[in-house]
Design a protein around this ligand. Structure first.
Ligand code: COA
Length: 258
């Protein structure tokens, strides 16, 4: 299993555990995470959810081989894909979600943070959203949430150019709650999650719901829209060229596509 889950002192920890592939997330891993979120919603032993990777890497994002081999063939299939199931769960989770990010957080490794309540990042954390360079488009409602958070032009540098950014910048734009030394990240994130777990659960749920306000419906609508475009682009020749180039360890050549 490439996702580890444990429940301790009210905290469900979901950990990426596929270091040899830089914690790239397969369909099976998305399904496991979606199911862990769904189970947590009805489990009184879980008061907080903590998502973490390894010290070396949070996650390299979607598994590109999975994308190549099992692209959704219809918009309906795309909407039901495990990645979108997971995104629906995390974006609508009533219980607080904490993330601990160390090393690279690529693609969904960055966009999932937009749905977490507290995000702690090691000073080693590095974020990037290379959707366009992969012939794809943003997901997780990042096309809505990132411009809102960072301002349109700063979001455009990340979503159009796919320029990576470091932990200090992530904190500056509000994507990250606090940056801590890498050696302290796991302890800080767990301590904060445990603090939440001792607070009145109903008050936490109501406060989170009030803070999110009308966003949940807007996020759901945007994710559905992104999902349709994403599913179509996944089958484009540009995406095929980008994925093939990655595995052939060369630069993609998009010059023959208009
Ligand atoms: N999907 C599938 N496999 C991946 C992967 C991904 N997203 N990211 C890394 N891997 C695999 C590599 O193919 C490699 O496998 P191999 O050992 O069988 O050749 C292994 O993980 C190690 O990756 P490598 O690229 O050699 O490590 P690195 O330290 O040089 O670089 C990253 C690490 C994360 C910067 C780099 O792997 C990367 O850019 N990954 C792709 C990120 C991406 O585009 N994600 C999709 C976002 S939508």
């Amino acid at each position: 299993m490439s996702i580890l889950t444990t429940i301790d002192q009210g905290v469900l920890t979901i950990e990426f555990d596929r270091l040899d592939k830089k914690n790239a997330i397969t369909s099976a891993m998305y399904t496991q995470m979606a199911e862990a979120f769904a189970a947590a919603a009805g489990d009184d032993a879980v008061r907080v959810i903590l998502i973490r990777g390894k010290r070396e890497v949070f996650t390299a994002g979607n598994d590109l081989e999975d994308f190549m081999q099992r692209p959704p063939r219809t918009a309906e299939e795309a909407a039901e894909a495990p990645a979108f199931r997971f995104l629906r769960e995390i974006s609508e989770a009533a219980k607080p979600v904490v993330a601990a990010v160390s090393g690279p957080a690529i693609g969904i490794g960055t966009t999932l943070l937009l749905h977490c309540d507290l995000v702690y990042a090691a000073d080693s954390a590095r974020f990037s959203l290379p959707f366009v360079a992969l012939g794809l488009c943003p997901e997780a409602a990042s096309s809505l949430l990132l411009p809102r958070l960072a301002g349109y032009q700063r979001a455009a540098e990340k979503l159009l150019l796919g320029e990576p950014f470091d932990a200090a910048h992530a904190e500056q734009i509000g994507l990250v709650t606090r940056v801590v030394p890498a050696a302290e990240l796991a302890d800080v994130a767990l301590a904060q999650a445990r603090k939440l777990a001792t607070l009145p659960a109903s008050s936490l749920r109501e406060t989170k719901r009030l803070m999110k306000g009308g966003d949940i419906a807007a996020v759901r609508t945007r994710m559905a829209e992104e999902g349709q475009v994403f599913g179509r682009l996944l089958q484009s020749p540009e995406a095929k060229e980008a994925f093939t180039a990655f595995f052939e360890k060369r630069k993609p050549d998009f010059s023959r596509f208009s």
